[in-house]
Every structure is written in structure tokens, then in C-alpha cells.
Write a protein that binds this ligand. Structure first.
Ligand code: 6PG
Length: 263
């Protein structure tokens, strides 16, 4: 699939474009099926987007917070109060500053002694939240992802076991180079989303972005290449610095913005 690649001149424009896309997806989802289910990205890049959504009046007032359900596409094996927690990043930058019901926050319990237990619990959370039958995957209205400078996304790191998982929704994943366990959505969970958006900023991502979208298909080396929505859309929002390695520049994606059967 050819992703829609949108290159924004400066980071401020990148995050405004991301906010517009995020709020638009939320409004369409609520109009279509009464709620918005989003999987938030971890890492540091989305923090500016989260702040914008909560602090800029136009976005804050346009977001259907009370009908939005927030999930995380991955989490570190740490408690929610830890500075590395993806949940904590989103809470501090956005969710603790808006009127979203606590029941709509579905965090990964990174504090569990075993990461595998946290993954199993989150799988149950997803199955219950989406009313899934065995073998079904959740269809997020929006899955927001980052890309690491090594081409990883979520906690799907190069050469790690989670890259090959096709049955579970969520798994724990040993990341030797970080000497840690992570909890992450699997490839089929991400690829079942109605719309996947990579939010990428900075020159340190230029080589990875070019390798993922214009290099040879080597998903073991560049796991972000595995993200190809089966029914949905794939969009890359990048600033010029991150897009500097792209030869082709922007490209339109085919329409297709939906879930096979709403769950
Ligand atoms: C995480 C993320 C990870 C992140 C990329 C980019 O838990 O770290 O899910 O996939 O999106 O590493 O991180 P930055 O935005 O900090 O560059």
C-alpha cells in the first residue's frame, strides 16, 4: 500500500496537522458509531500533540472527550508514576487536563511484576472493550504511532520475538538492546485499525523514515514496514527534517478508511 505522506515545513505545523487529523477522526467516529477509540503513541514526540489537544481552545472544545476511549499501543515495564511511562506522558500532557471519564482510560498495567501478565490483562481489556469473538482483532478508529531512529514502532523492535506474533492482540517483548521487557500491540492489532498515523519529527528520524518507506522490504530490520492497514488508511505526518531522506515526497493514499465489521 502507498501511504499518504504529508510533509509539514515546521514542527508547529506538524502538530497542528496532527491535531486536525486527530479531532477529525474523533468527530467522524462518534458520528458514525457513537464513540472514538484511539491507541496513543508512546515516546516523546506526541507530547506536543497531546498538549495542543488539551490546551488550544479550538481543539479542546472540538474533541468529544466524554465519548473518547484512550488506549496505548505499547508501554514500558514500569509503574504509571514512572518518568518512562507512556501513560504518564499522556496523562500529564493531556488527559488529566480535560473532562474524559476515568472509565475511558484503558492503561497497560506496566507495574505488574511480569510483563507477560500485563500483556494478558491488556488483551482481556481489549477483548472486553471491543466485544471481540475469538480470532477477532480490535478496530481502532485511530492508531497513533512513532518511529524510532532504528525503524521500530510501538515496542516492535528489530529482531525481537513480537515481530512474528500473529494471533495475540498484545504481547510482552524482550528488547535486549534496552535490557528490558516491553508490552506492545502486535502487528495484526495495529493493521486492523481504520487509520494508522505515524507522527515523525526531527532529522534523527530521516534515515529510518527513508528506509521504512523507500528502502527494500526488510521488516526484521525496520519493523515499521510491517504496519500496513488491511482495511484502513496509512498516513505519515512528518516535518521537513524527518522527511529529508525521502526521494518521493508526499503521496496520496487510496481512500479506504474503515473497519471490516464494526466491533
Ligand atoms: C515508546 C514508543 C516508541 C516511540 C518511538 C519514537 O514506547 O517509546 O512507543 O515506539 O514511538 O521510539 O520515540 P520518540 O517520539 O521519543 O522519538
Amino acid at each position: 500500500m502507498t501511504p499518504e505522506i504529508r510533509i509539514l515545513r515546521r514542527p508547529e505545523e506538524l502538530f497542528q496537522a496532527a491535531a486536525e487529523l486527530f479531532v477529525g477522526a474523533a468527530q467522524r467516529a462518534v458520528a458514525d458509531h457513537g464513540r472514538f477509540c484511539v491507541a496513543l503513541a508512546g515516546g516523546s514526540t506526541p507530547r506536543a500533540l497531546y498538549r495542543l489537544l488539551a490546551e488550544e481552545r479550538a481543539w479542546r472544545e472540538a474533541m468529544p472527550w466524554e465519548k473518547s476511549h484512550f488506549f496505548w499501543s505499547d508501554e514500558r515495564h514500569v509503574p504509571p508514576s514512572h518518568e518512562d511511562s507512556n501513560f504518564r506522558v499522556a496523562m500529564e500532557a493531556m488527559l488529566s487536563n480535560v473532562l474524559v471519564p476515568a472509565a475511558n482510560l484503558h492503561r497497560i498495567e506496566g507495574e505488574r511484576e511480569r510483563a507477560e501478565e500485563a500483556a494478558r490483562l491488556y488483551e482481556r481489556t481489549l477483548r472486553e472493550s471491543f466485544g471481540l469473538a475469538p480470532g477477532q482483532f480490535p478496530c481502532f478508529d485511530l492508531a497513533l504511532l512513532g518511529i524510532g531512529s532504528d525503524g521500530h514502532t510501538a515496542s516492535l523492535f528489530p529482531g525481537t520475538p513480537a515481530l512474528d506474533e500473529r494471533d495475540c492482540l498484545v504481547v510482552s517483548n524482550r528488547v535486549e538492546k534496552l535490557r528490558t521487557e516491553r508490552i506492545t500491540f502486535t502487528v495484526p492489532t495495529l493493521n486492523n485499525a481504520a487509520h494508522v498515523v505515524f507522527l515523525v519529527k526531527g532529522e534523527d528520524k530521516a534515515a529510518a523514515l527513508a528506509a521504512v518507506f523507500e528502502g527494500p522490504y526488510e521488516p526484521a530490520k525496520f519493523p515499521a514496514q510491517l504496519i500496513r492497514p488491511v482495511h484502513g488508511r496509512l498516513t505519515v505526518l512528518a516535518d521537513e527534517a524527518a522527511a529529508a531522506g525521502l526521494a518521493r515526497g508526499g503521496a496520496r493514499a487510496p481512500a479506504g478508511d474503515g473497519c471490516p465489521s464494526r466491533n
